[in-house]
Design a protein around this ligand. Sequence first.
Ligand SMILES: O=C(O)CCC(=O)C(=O)O
Ligand SMILES: [Fe+2]
Length: 216
Amino acid sequence: MIKTELFEQVDFQENPLYEKIIDDLLTKQYSIVDSFFSATEVEVLRSSLLQKYNDEEFKKAAIGNRTNETIIKSIRGDFIHWINEKEANTAECLFFGIMNTLVDYLNRTCFLGILFKEFHYAIYPKGTFYKRHLDTFMNDDRRKLSFVCYLNDENWDNANGGELVIYLNKDGQEVSEVIYPLPGRVVIFESQLLEHEVKPVLANERYSITGWLKTR
Ligand SMILES: O=C(O)CCC(=O)C(=O)O
Ligand SMILES: [Fe+2]
């Protein structure tokens, strides 16, 4: 006799890379993924960033959200340009394609309820930094996960500085994780929980895309 199954297979393909990110977030509140973007993808995105920078589309980053902007140079010195998905160029379409796949996966497997996302390019010229902060201090408590990907070229030297330092609490003791902005590397962390800073860039310019996955 043929046994009929009483359940149906849901259309779902497990992704080991995304599972690692989820596991990291659950166990230590942050995840570092090398080669999240390929060398070619990094190059395409860096060209797009530099093109916009040369067209003077960047502005000095501010403290506060977009309706409450005050420039405080002693806190952060980077230049940013918000990326609009509706007006995305080829490089940005590629970027959003990858990000949307990740967000769909997180929503389907973790019920994170990510409904909004926002991303900007960032350039840290030599001598600039971003002092220790929590991403939700910009009175935006909808920010759930912070995302950074580094678009430096393959010759990026650790001596250039510009490390991301994440501060963690381990058994009541503060410890820090120092992360070099290597091309293709992605860092994702809990926006509301982890304070972090960008150390001064000592040589060269530091390129990245930073963004937030937000709940309602
Ligand atoms: O670029 C980084 O590594 C982090 C940037 C950051 O903390 C921010 O833009 O809020
Ligand atoms: Fe931040």
